[in-house]
Design a protein around this ligand. Structure first.
Ligand code: AMP
Ligand code: ZN
Ligand code: FE
Ligand code: FE
Length: 287
């Protein structure tokens, strides 16, 4: 069984529509694919209606969170995958609305700062590219590529959009412990996404993973394209120590990233089955 538990569609910052994403997953030979857009469940309906025969869709999301150390020292951004949540859970739906509203304002401010500095990029175009989706830096990146400011989305992140850039502004993220509890209260299964993806910024230590496990974290995304072999070995050991599930995925974003669906990491069938057994908020969708 080929299982990929982390992908993005045009409901956030991927480039495949949800219907195209499930078709692509089946064409790539996958048996199970999870749709995990940033801070939204908006792609679930279209993806569910388009699930091809012989593919199982696991509806999910990727929550933008932040670890706030109890001693008040500097916080660290982290991503939490939430599988099979009840999308109508009022507290979850309200939180997602707030996060997306903040994403939109932040993308507008980042873009307008560039415009004011003479970078030929317009918010109107970025908003068009985001088209009601959960807005993110990849939408700004595409507008920068279109305007000829940079040659690729990667280059946009390297030059103007990374967290050290004067144009960058952090998102308003959800406290990570709150995120774990929220996913659980919505009937879902929380998994720490790419815990050691250092290329994106600072990462947290094992002590934080332990604290999240204490709050009910169910798994670690061990096999991810941004993890080295050493990272994977370390996380596998930590997961065993803490009794956490081990998952793997591509974090596919269509043409916004180079990885293809089903590549860079996969989930073992036993871990997938254990994950589904823990969920009470929603069920996988068969084609
Ligand atoms: P944001 O959510 O607005 O902070 O933007 C972060 C998103 O951009 C994440 O989904 C990343 O997967 C994506 N991202 C980060 N670095 C890159 C990159 N070099 N190229 C394309 N996407 C990236
Ligand atoms: Zn993304
Ligand atoms: Fe992520
Ligand atoms: Fe992701």
């Amino acid at each position: 069984m080929l299982i990929d538990l982390h992908t993005h569609s045009t409901a956030s910052d991927g480039t495949d529509r949800p219907a195209a994403l499930v078709a692509t997953a089946q064409a790539a030979g996958l048996d199970v694919v999870a749709l995990t857009d940033h801070d939204t469940t908006a792609g679930w309906t279209e993806a569910s209606a388009a699930v091809p025969a012989e593919l199982i869709l696991v509806p999910g999301l990727e929550l933008s969170c932040r670890w706030n150390p109890p001693d008040g020292s500097r916080s660290t951004e982290l991503h939490l995958l939430g599988y099979l949540v009840d999308p109508a859970h009022p507290e979850l739906a309200g939180t997602l609305d707030r996060l997306r509203h903040n994403r939109l304002g932040r993308a507008a401010r980042m873009t307008e700062r560039m415009t004011a500095d003479g970078v030929p990029v317009r918010w109107e175009r970025v908003a068009e590219l985001a088209d009601g989706a959960s807005a993110g830096r990849p939408h700004i990146a595409r507008a920068l590529v279109e305007a000829g400011v940079v040659g690729s989305v990667d280059e946009a992140f390297e030059s103007l959009l990374n967290s050290g850039s004067p144009y960058h502004e952090p998102k308003e993220d959800l406290d990570a412990l709150t995120g774990v509890r929220l996913v659980i209260s919505a009937g879902g299964v929380p998994v720490f996404a790419h815990p050691l993806a250092r290329a994106r910024g600072r990462v947290v230590g094992d002590d934080v993973v332990t604290a999240l496990a204490g709050a009910g974290l169910a798994g670690l995304e061990v096999d991810h394209p941004d993890h080295t072999e050493a990272d994977r070995a370390h996380l596998r050991g930590l997961a065993a120590e803490l009794g956490l599930l081990v998952t793997g995925s591509s974090d596919y974003h269509g043409t916004n990233k180079r990885v293809r669906v089903g590549e860079g990491g996969r989930t073992a069938p036993a871990a997938y089955e254990a994950l589904v057994r823990r969920a009470t908020g929603y069920a996988p969708v068969s084609g």
